[in-house]
Ligand binder design. Structure first.
Ligand SMILES: *Cc1c(COP(=O)(O)O)cnc(C)c1O
Length: 427
C-alpha cells in the first residue's frame, strides 16, 4: 500500500472510507477540554451512543412491569440472552446453538474447563503460550491444582525463540507432537494480548485433534477484532469478553462457544445452575439437573438484563458495519499506523522503539505493541498527557489499537505529529 504522511492524504482516506460515519455513533472522551485520540479499544471500548436508549428501555419495562417483565416486556427477560445470540454467533463464526452470552470471561473459562479439562493419569498436559494474560495463567494453575496436579508438571508453555518476540507456530506444533501421548488440552489466546500476535486457530485445532486432545481459545482480543470461523475450524470451546473490541462497558457480560459436537451431548461433565436446565421445565422446580442442549446448557444464573441491553446496542452496530468490512478497514488503518510510526522514527536514529507485533497484516488484528528500549514508562505518561490514550503493559510495552469502528486515518496522522513532538523533546 502506498501511504503518505500528510494531513491531506489522511483526510482523503477518511472521505472515501464507507465506515467513517460509525465514529459518530460513539462517545469520544474529552480530557482537559480536548477530544483525545483513543487507541485503547483493546482494553475498554467506547460507549455506543445508543447504549443509553437500550438500557432506558429495560429500566422503563422494569418500572412498568416489575417481575412480570420476565414475561411481558417487549423482549421478555426470561429469554433476554437469546437476543444477543445471533449477532454473537455471526461474529465468531458459529451456529446459534453453539453460542451463549453469560457470566464473565475468566468465570466462563473455569466452567468450560470443568467440561473440557478432565485429566487422567495418562493424559493431563496443557500446552499454552508463555506470557499469557495473567488471568488465564491463574486459570491454568488453579485448574491443574484442583485436579491434584502441579502446574510445573501439567502446563507446558511455548515461548518465542531467544531474541524473538513472537511464538512460531511450527514450534507450537512441534511441542504438541513431542507430548502427544500425554496431551489433554491446547489452550491459547486467539490473539496474544501483549504482542498482538494472531494465531492460526484452525491449524492449532487440527494439531490437537490429531492426537485426541481438545483445543480451546480465549478470544478476548480476537472477538470483534478479526473474523472468526470457530465452527468451520472445528474448535472445541472458546470464550471472550464483551468490553474490549465489543464496546459493551467495563466487566459486562461475556460470551462462550461450545462446538455442537459437544454441546448436543448433555452427558458432558459440567457445573449446573437453573438457567442451564431444560427451559420447558425450569419453573417446575424439579430436583434433577437436566441440561439444555447446546451452549445454553452451560448457563448457571439468570441473565443480567441491563448489561445485555448494552451488549445488544453494540452488536447491532457490528451487524450494520459487518465484521468483514471492519477487518478490511482495520488492515489498512493498522498498516497506516505502522507506516506513520516508521516514518517518524526514521528521523530519530538514536531512539529505540520497536514494533513487536507481527508485520504481516494477516498475523495481527487492530493492534501494534511498541517496546520501549532505553526509555521508561514516563514516555507513555507523556503520550497520555499529549492526548493519545494508549496503554502500558509492564515491563516495557505500549499498546496502540486503532479500531476501525471509531478511529480515523486522521487520528493516526495526528498521532504521528504527537510522537514527533515528543521525540523532539526527548532526543
Ligand atoms: C481482558 C482479558 C481477560 C480479562 O478477564 P475477565 O475475566 O474479563 O476479567 C482475560 N484473558 C485475556 C486474554 C484478556 O485479554
Amino acid at each position: 500500500m502506498s501511504y503518505q504522511n500528510t494531513l491531506e492524504y489522511a483526510r482523503e482516506q477518511d472521505k472515501s472510507d464507507p465506515l467513517s460515519l460509525y465514529s459518530d455513533k460513539f462517545h469520544h472522551p474529552i480530557i482537559d477540554d480536548k477530544k483525545v485520540i483513543y487507541f485503547t479499544s483493546n482494553s475498554l471500548g467506547l460507549q455506543p451512543k445508543t447504549a443509553r436508549k437500550y438500557v432506558n428501555k429495560e429500566l422503563d419495562e422494569w418500572a412498568r412491569w416489575g417481575v412480570e417483565g420476565h414475561f411481558y416486556a417487549e423482549n421478555p427477560w426470561v429469554s433476554y440472552h437469546e437476543i444477543v445470540t445471533p449477532a454473537s454467533a455471526r461474529l465468531v463464526g458459529a451456529n446459534e446453538s453453539e453460542v451463549v452470552c453469560m457470566g464473565s470471561l475468566t468465570n466462563n473459562l473455569h466452567l468450560l474447563f470443568v467440561s473440557f479439562y478432565q485429566p487422567t493419569a495418562k493424559r493431563f498436559l496443557i500446552i499454552s503460550e508463555a506470557k499469557m494474560f495473567p488471568s488465564d495463567r491463574y486459570l491454568l494453575e488453579t485448574q491443574v491444582k484442583h485436579h491434584g496436579l502441579e502446574p510445573d508438571e501439567a502446563i507446558i508453555e511455548v515461548s518465542p525463540r531467544d531474541g524473538e518476540h513472537l511464538i512460531r507456530e511450527e514450534d507450537i506444533i512441534a511441542v504438541i507432537e513431542e507430548n502427544s501421548d500425554q496431551l489433554a488440552l491446547v489452550f491459547f489466546g486467539g490473539i496474544n494480548y501483549f504482542t498482538g500476535q494472531l494465531f492460526d486457530l484452525e491449524r492449532l485445532t487440527k494439531a490437537a485433534h490429531k492426537h485426541g486432545a481438545i483445543a480451546g481459545f480465549d478470544l478476548a482480543h480476537a472477538a470483534g477484532n478479526v473474523p472468526l470461523e470457530l465452527h468451520k475450524w472445528n474448535v472445541d470451546f472458546a470464550a471472550w469478553c464483551s468490553y474490549k473490541y465489543l464496546n459493551s462497558s467495563a466487566g459486562n457480560v461475556a460470551g462462550l462457544f461450545v462446538n455442537d459436537r459437544h454441546g448436543n451431548s448433555t452427558s458432558l461433565n459440567r457445573f449446573g445452575g437453573w438457567w442451564g436446565h431444560n427451559k420447558e421445565r425450569r419453573f417446575l422446580m424439579e430436583n434433577t439437573f437436566d441440561p439444555m442442549q447446546g451452549a445454553e446448557g452451560w448457563q448457571i444464573s439468570n441473565a443480567p438484563v441491563m448489561g445485555m441491553a448494552i451488549l445488544k446496542a453494540s452488536l447491532d452496530i457490528f451487524d450494520q458495519a459487518g465484521i468483514h468490512n471492519l477487518r478490511a478497514k482495520s488492515i489498512k488503518l493498522t498498516g497506516y499506523l505502522e507506516y506513520i510510526f516508521n516514518q517518524v522514527l526514521k528521523k530519530f536514529p538514536k531512539v529505540k522503539l520497536e514494533i513487536i507485533t507481527p508485520i504481516d497484516p494477516l498475523k495481527r488484528g487492530a493492534q501494534l505493541s511498541i517496546k520501549l528500549i532505553g526509555t521508561d514508562k514516563s514516555f507513555f505518561d507523556q503520550l497520555t498527557k499529549a492526548g493519545v490514550i494508549t496503554d502500558f503493559r509492564a515491563p516495557d510495552v505500549i499498546r496502540l489499537a486503532p479500531t476501525p469502528l471509531y478511529n480515523s486515518f486522521e487520528d493516526v496522522y495526528q498521532f504521528g505529529l504527537t510522537l514527533q513532538n515528543l521525540l523532539d523533546k526527548w532526543s
